[in-house]
Structure formats: C-alpha cells, structure tokens
Ligand binder design. Structure first.
Ligand SMILES: [Zn+2]
Length: 154
C-alpha cells in the first residue's frame, strides 16, 4: 500500500503549499474545519491518487514514520469524519478489516482474501447483474458488489 508523504525530503517538483491549500478548500467545501491533522491527512490521501484503499493503521504508520506525531485514534476519527461528509468511502470486506476508499464514485471491488488487497472494478463492467424485485416501498439507491478472490493453490 502506498501512501505518499506530504513533504518528501527532496522532491522539488511538488508544490506543497498548493496541496495544502487544495485540502483546506476541500475541507471547507465539505463543511469541516481545516485543522492541521485534517489538512495533513487529506493531503496524504490526495497525493496517493484517485483509486486507493487505506487502513487507518497504514495512514497512522505513514504519518508517524514521516515525523508527524498523531495517534491512531485521531487518524481513525479523522478518516471517519472524511467519510461522514463524503470525502471518502468506507469499505468493510470482513468484520476485522476497514478500508477507507478515495474513489467516491459508484464502483465495485475485487477483495483478495489471501492478501487483503482491495481492487476497484469500474461500475460500467458489471451491467449484466440481474437484481431481485425490491421490497415494497423501497427504491434502489446503489449496488456495490464485492467479488471475493483467493490466490490459486500451488
Ligand atoms: Zn474502491
């Protein structure tokens, strides 16, 4: 899992001020106060690209390895607050794993139970799925499929 740091030691091609400003604007647009931790974590996630799945533990490890002291509880609560306002999605492939997903468009997942890796499946390639009749008084909101896979045995 790759989580890019906010301030790499010697990468002059990255405009950190612009990244932080983008994070502040996203937070404000979502109605969240732009605290230092929120700006730092959202900048990490923005730098990591559009379709990545992170555990809170991985983000915590990354932040602390790069000199940003933050507790795991703060990381988890911050990522949950991002999810609450639609900046992230949350994917829970089983009762022991929670991933935060930077791809907030409707999509599906491959979940490799051997490796714990989640991989996006574009929503457009799953059009052949036939849904059962919806219960009376309900309407379809979304369909999210989890295609569970494992490594082939040797
Ligand atoms: Zn995803």
């Amino acid at each position: 899992m790759t989580v890019y740091m906010l301030k790499p030691v010697a990468d002059s091609s990255v405009d950190y001020t612009a990244q932080a400003q983008r994070a502040v604007e996203m937070l404000e647009a979502a109605g969240l106060r732009a605290t230092a931790h929120r700006v730092m974590l959202l900048s990490y996630l923005n730098n990591a690209g559009g379709n990545n799945h992170f555990s809170a533990e991985a983000v915590y490890d990354y932040a602390n390895r790069n000199g940003n002291k933050i507790s795991l509880a703060t990381v988890y609560n911050t990522l949950r607050s991002f999810t609450d306002v639609g900046l992230l999605d949350q994917v829970t492939p089983d009762s022991t794993r929670v991933y935060f997903d930077t791809n907030i468009k409707p999509h599906h997942h491959f979940y490799n139970e051997s490796t714990g890796v989640l991989e996006d499946i574009d929503a457009s390639v799953m059009h052949g799925v036939v849904l059962p009749q919806l219960p009376t008084g309900t309407c379809l909101k979304s369909v999210e499929l989890m295609v569970r896979i494992t490594e082939k045995p040797n």
